[in-house]
Design a protein around this ligand. Structure first.
Ligand SMILES: Cc1cc2nc3c(=O)[nH]c(=O)nc-3n(C[C@H](O)[C@H](O)[C@H](O)COP(=O)(O)OP(=O)(O)OC[C@H]3O[C@@H](n4cnc5c(N)ncnc54)[C@H](O)[C@@H]3O)c2cc1C
Length: 510
């Protein structure tokens, strides 16, 4: 017997959407568990979560580290709060491409073909600029707008004009399915307010008597009995308790979902044995297939220090384009950062080169079976030649911005890469292999796919191939990283699976 029909572990981008959609059925009692704190209304919400002008890096963070390339370890932010990483992020609201979905469908996930996901994309958004376009929505929980030209900072106006001079087409709506080129970023913000999933999805759902949000609750592991997941063991205020439900949905994100599965005995046998964890189900794909968007920024000192304002929006514009010779449309991004460095330091801005279609894969392992220990994240960026070559090309394209048009006029000197170093392709390849970092878009570590694929962990509805009573639903189940920043794709997972839970509960045994 249980008070709950559904337990969701993790109130992030996907978890909030699932909680909101599933609890639209008044007969479904939903418990949403979150390790971090909950701020039930805006008045009580700390400024770092409200402020969409910049990321929140430390106040609501898991304090993870990662190894982008072998031998270099750096901090890896992930939101630990109701709203998850959507509550701390940059609010770039880019959709995955139709071609991404064609690849997912080709891998056996036919429900994720473009025409199947488009209604969910339309349902999630209130696009203030293009809401009347047939592929947009105008009444969803996530408000999206683009900075009009007059609200762009001078460096962003200059970035767009320089892009034009370099021959890239204008792109007024980067979420139009066939678009490419440079233009304003679609962003999920209203004025300064970050429209996180806590704001967009949970705020209107909180009054429902069948939805309970329990914050400050760290799920240690899943309870597995007689081949079925029957609940969770959770720590709150130092007490550990068991909570049971016929269905558990794990939405702890692409780093912490696979870690929770492995702690619960679902994972690669060797990895579980290494930590003395009893095997509930051998699932070789858990923690494997780690994808992201490897990136490296050009850093420029500007002539006029007044351009650099650390309270201004850090990002406003975007260039999406295709690498020379590539058959993957929009596999590269260049982004102008309004400022970089530190307050009081020399006045700097950045121009980031980013790979959107990654060929290489990393992996994630447990540091120990202790639920308080954080996993080891090993990305291996640019070990694949195709990634290294395209990041070198993208870096060179980003450097062209520093020599062209009004952006060049603003720059005193490029400070990274050091202009004195050799800039032939081999030397730049060495650089990207040493210095590239994450776009903060980890994904694909519990990937969906056919049961015949030994590395697939869940089916296309999120149901675990190896364990009844268990669904995984967040960025971890994406089969390939989309050619877009991953927040909207993570919300998409929540929208799709939340809607199936509401309309087809029988599929999930409810
Ligand atoms: C600094 C930063 C900037 C970013 N900028 C952008 C951007 O501008 N645009 C974009 O598209 N993407 C951006 N991203 C990425 C995007 O936010 C994520 O891809 C997306 O939020 C992932 O959603 P998710 O549901 O998979 O996981 P999350 O949103 O991370 O949610 C996971 C939740 O589970 C909770 N949790 C984890 N383990 C447990 C446990 N054991 N018990 C209980 N709760 C647990 C976590 O605290 C968290 O709330 C950014 C990410 C970061 C960190």
């Amino acid at each position: 017997m249980s008070d709950w029909d559904l337990i969701i572990v993790g109130a992030g981008s996907a978890g909030c959407a699932i909680a909101a959609r599933a609890s639209e059925n008044p007969n479904c009692n939903v418990l949403l568990l979150e390790a971090g704190p909950d701020y039930p209304d805006l008045a009580a919400t700390p400024f770092d979560l409200v402020n969409s002008h910049n990321n929140s890096y430390s106040a609501h963070d898991w304090s993870l580290d990662y190894e982008p390339v072998r031998g270099r370890t750096v901090a890896f932010p992930r939101g630990r709060v109701v709203g998850g990483s959507s509550a701390v992020n940059t609010t770039i609201a880019l959709r995955s491409l139709p071609e991404d979905h064609a690849e997912w469908a080709e891998a056996g996930n036919t429900e994720w073909a473009w025409d199947r996901v488009l209604p969910a994309y339309r349902r999630m958004e209130r696009d203030l600029d293009y809401g009347d376009a047939p592929y947009h929505g105008d009444a969803g929980p996530i408000t999206i707008r683009r900075y009009p030209h007059e609200e762009l900072l001078p460096q962003h106006q200059a970035f767009l004009e320089t892009a034009r001079q370099l021959g890239y087409p204008d792109c007024p709506d980067a979420n139009a399915p066939d678009s490419w080129g440079s233009g304003p970023q679609p962003m999920n913000k209203l004025g300064r307010l970050r429209v996180s999933c806590a704001v967009g999805y949970l705020a209107p759902a909180r009054i429902r008597p069948n939805l309970t949000i329990q914050a400050d609750s760290l799920v240690h592991r899943l309870i597995i009995e007689k081949g079925r997941c029957t609940g969770v063991m959770v720590e709150k205020a130092g007490e550990i308790s068991r909570i049971r439900a016929p269905l558990v949905v794990v939405s702890a994100g692409a780093i912490l979902s696979p870690a929770l599965l492995m702690r619960s005995g679902i994972g690669p046998g060797e990895e579980l044995a290494r930590h003395g964890i009893d095997v509930a189900a051998e699932a070789p794909g858990v923690g494997q297939n780690l994808c992201d968007h490897p990136a490296l920024s050009v850093v420029c000192q500007v002539k006029d220090g007044a351009l650099i304002d650390f309270d201004a929006p850090i990002i406003q514009t975007i260039l999406r384009y295709t690498a020379e010779g590539s058959d993957k449309r929009n596999d590269l991004q260049i982004e102008q950062f309004s400022f970089t460095g530190r307050r009081g330091g020399p006045p700097l801005f950045g121009i980031a080169a980013v790979i959107e279609y990654q060929y290489g894969r990393g992996e994630l392992r447990l540091a120990s079976a202790d639920p308080h220990a954080l996993p080891v994240i090993d990305n291996r960026f640019c070990e694949d030649e195709r990634d290294a070559d395209r990041l070198v090309g993208c870096l060179k394209d980003a450097l062209a911005f520093t020599r062209t048009g009004p952006l060049a006029d603003m720059i005193e000197a490029v400070t990274f890469p050091d202009p004195a170093r050799p800039n032939d392709d081999d030397s730049l390849k060495g650089l990207v292999r040493k210095r590239s970092g994450s776009g903060y878009h980890p994904s694909c570590t519990v990937k969906m796919g056919l049961a015949s694929d030994p590395m697939a962990v869940v089916d296309q509805y999120g149901c675990c191939h190896f364990q009844d009573g268990l669904v995984v639903a967040d960025a971890s189940i994406l089969p390939f990283v989309p050619r877009a920043n991953t927040n909207l794709s993570s919300i998409l997972v929540g929208e799709m699976i939340g809607e199936w839970l509401r309309t087809q509960p029988g599929r999930y045994g409810l």
